[in-house]
Design a protein around this ligand. Structure first.
Ligand code: CO8
Length: 261
């Protein structure tokens, strides 16, 4: 019988609270073919339904986070084919994840790979990671936030340089422009991502979820409305047991035990 092909996405559990999704197409620098996209969407949709999950680490391998959309799979794709794939629904499953997502980036995060990293909430990158939106060099353009999320994060002039020229930048430069949350040694990326995930997992889950939701929703709103949303979010947290626990623990000089209630 045919040997079983390895899964294109490895879904592991560090604990009940922490999941690790690893893209696994080393033969193609972890290029995002439709199989990987569907596997990611499925994994994120399942994660959203799990009440115990507190953090997702999204990773590739040591040489590539993801080198973009799969060019072999796109070379003969028509405009109508592309429309009918409705990849926005697959990206939406990642964008809508209520649980914090940490991108652990080693090696290349290019094109759709950089867009995937930008779907995360925290980006931890190794010193030799490389970022870029090289689509223009293929005669196309970014299609999953590379012109929009990027410009909102780094501003017009940096986004224009990256998208118009397709320049590949170092992790140091990516950190300088605000794309990388934490820059660490290459072999520290996964350990630091795990420590960060464990730290998040110990915090009050409702507070964490409100913060993620309000930062993301507020970014698309006028400031006044966003500040109201923030204030209402804070008021809601005053109704939680965890608010009382967090403050009592501080006053009693002990560690809090949060319940997610
Ligand atoms: N797609 C398909 N195969 C790839 C990709 C890719 N994006 N990247 C690498 N590979 C394959 C290579 O073809 C090669 O395969 P083979 O061994 O069969 O020849 C193998 O991976 C190894 O690649 P290299 O030999 O090139 O490895 P290097 O270490 O020399 O270089 C790089 C690594 C720099 C990552 C280089 O491979 C590269 O430039 N890759 C392409 C990067 C790129 O242009 N990405 C953007 C793609 S477009 C996009 O992401 C947005 C599309 C939006 C529309 C989406 C619709 C579906």
């Amino acid at each position: 019988s045919e040997p079983q092909a390895p899964p294109v996405l490895l879904v592991e559990r560090l604990s009940a609270a922490i999941a690790i999704f690893r893209i696994n197409r080393p033969e193609a620098r972890n290029a995002l073919n439709q199989a990987v996209r569907h596997a990611l969407a499925t994994a994120f949709r399942k994660a959203a339904a799990e009440s115990d999950l507190r953090c997702i680490i999204l990773a590739g391998n040591e040489s590539s986070f993801a080198a973009g959309a799969d060019i072999r799979e796109m070379v003969d794709t028509s405009a109508v084919d592309l429309h009918l794939r409705h990849n926005e629904r697959l990206w939406g499953a990642i964008a809508d994840c209520p649980v914090p997502v940490i991108a652990a980036v080693n090696g290349f995060a290019l094109g759709g790979g950089m867009e995937l990293a930008m779907h995360a909430d925290i980006i931890i990158a190794g010193r030799s990671a490389k970022f870029g939106q090289p689509e223009v060099r293929l005669g196309i353009m970014p299609g999953a936030g590379g012109t929009q999320r990027l410009a909102r994060v780094v501003g017009k002039f940096v986004a224009m340089r990256l998208c118009l020229t397709g320049a590949i930048i170092s992790a140091q430069e990516a950190q300088a422009i605000g794309l990388v949350s934490l820059l660490v040694d290459d072999d520290a990326v996964m350990p630091v991502a795990m420590e960060t995930a464990q730290e998040l997992a110990r915090l009050a889950p409702i507070a964490v979820a409100q913060i993620k939701e309000i930062i993301l929703q507020g970014a698309d709103m006028p400031l006044g409305a966003a500040l109201t949303l923030e204030r209402k979010g804070l008021q809601v947290l005053f109704a939680t047991k965890d608010k009382h626990e967090g403050m009592s623990a501080f006053l009693e000089k002990r560690q809090p035990t949060f319940l997610g209630a």
